[in-house]
Design a protein around this ligand. Structure first.
Ligand SMILES: [Zn+2]
Length: 408
């Protein structure tokens, strides 16, 4: 596997600058396309799965985190508070407290549950400068987050559905889970003390894992401070694991924020909070994608999806016309004309682009293109409209297959 820091710079995806600061990367246009496309995939998958999206601010009063428990259990990872007159505000270390407050902003009925609240939102972690690097250890994080407020009876099904979303996302992204981990508390950690709550949450997650049929390992000392979790680990080239996706069961924050819903019996009941993330932080997900694919992203994620290669200057108008047709179909295309070198040199330069459309005198005369695929395959010349329709369908289906997948 490749080093995403080196490749990310070479491919113009992201960079850092000492003046902005360590652990605060910025995204260049091609990297921004990958990120935006990934975020849209997640929002679309969540909408289809019944999630509703919200926006909440990246700052909150210190008191919010005192209630959530972050202040007493997690402050080592938080930036110091900022004084604002008589109060203090902090950069948030997680989105959960904001979502809990949004939940309780109105009265909730059992008919609204499970209430699935999602946000791709910013959060901050005061990482020591020694561990910062590339996109994997950063101080400003964009998190794919969601909180499902539900009854105890609904927890297992919600957790199962989240695992299924994760499985599908890994398929579309062409990545593999290295390991499923049941993350439990360990000795000496800062955990909220409520033994029967931990016990209940652990039993629930164990049942979900057992029923899902995946192999998993239990690991002590890896739980969140408020509860156990299922973590899905991915590995880098050196075999180092990190957590990409997670499903957590939390009885603590609903109690801290005094959340409730009105049950069928007309009485107040406490909901459970399921925290889940499909791809974790956008930064870490893109770092893993860069390394896993060596920059050759699945076609639907690729910054440039089609490179158009006119053999001589004579085919430039046809190449430009084809680029316009790509744009109309929502495909990201670029013309690499003879001014950029021999055909061989231009093909090499475009080696990470999934589709290379070559137009010579014959193709220009017949309205055809000769397609080369990134994996080296060369297809017979075909009508340009057919080729683009096929590419469009493959991209829309978010296939990792460049040509042969069955798509509508
Ligand atoms: Zn959360």
């Amino acid at each position: 596997m490749h080093d995403h820091r080196k490749l990310g710079r070479e491919l113009g995806l992201f960079d850092t600058d000492p003046l902005i600061g360590a652990g605060l990367p910025y995204w260049l246009p091609d990297g921004a396309i990958v990120r935006h496309t990934l975020e849209e995939y997640i929002r679309d998958a969540e909408r289809r799965a019944g999630y509703r999206h919200v926006y909440s601010p990246v700052l909150g009063k210190r008191e919010l985190y005192e209630i959530s428990g972050h202040w007493s259990h997690y402050s080592d990872d938080m930036f110091p508070p900022m004084d604002l007159g008589s109060e203090q505000v902090v950069l948030r270390p997680s989105l959960c407290p904001h979502h809990a407050v949004i939940y309780r902003s109105r009265s909730r009925s059992y008919r609204e549950l499970p209430l699935r609240m999602a946000e791709l939102g910013g959060m901050y972690r005061s990482e020591p400068s020694g561990v910062l690097g590339g996109l994997t250890r950063v101080r400003a994080i964009q998190l794919n987050d969601a909180h499902i407020f539900c009854t105890l009876d609904q927890v297992a099904e919600e957790a199962r559905a989240a695992l299924e979303m994760i499985r599908r996302a890994y398929g579309a992204l062409g990545i593999d889970a290295a390991r499923y981990r049941l993350s439990l508390p360990g000795p000496g950690g800062k955990y909220v003390a409520a033994p029967e709550m931990w016990e209940r949450a652990t039993v629930l997650l164990t049942e979900v894992l057992d029923r899902s049929g995946v192999a998993y390992e239990a690991a002590e000392g890896e739980a969140a401070f408020y509860g156990p979790k299922i973590d899905i680990q991915v590995a880098d080239g050196a075999g180092r694991e990190s957590t990409l996706s997670t499903v957590q069961v939390d009885f603590h924050q609903p109690r801290q924020f005094d959340l409730h819903y009105i049950g069928a019996d007309g009485a107040r009941h406490r909901p459970v909070m399921v925290h889940r993330s499909i791809i974790g932080s956008v930064e870490r997900a893109v770092a893993h994608l860069i390394e896993r694919h060596g920059g050759a992203f699945p076609a639907w994620l690729a910054p440039t999806q089609v490179v158009i290669l006119p053999i001589t200057e004579d085919e430039l108008p046809d190449a430009a016309a084809l680029a316009r047709r790509c744009a109309e179909l929502g495909l990201r295309a670029e013309v690499a004309g003879p001014g950029r070198g021999s055909l061989g040199a231009r093909v090499r330069e475009a080696r990470l682009v999934p589709y290379q459309a070559v137009i010579g005198a014959k193709e220009a005369a017949t309205g055809e293109v000769a397609l080369r695929l990134r994996d080296g395959r060369r297809l017979d010349p075909r009508p340009a409209a057919d080729a683009l329709a096929r590419i469009g369908a493959l991209v829309r289906s978010r296939s990792t297959d460049l040509w042969d997948a069955a798509v509508a």
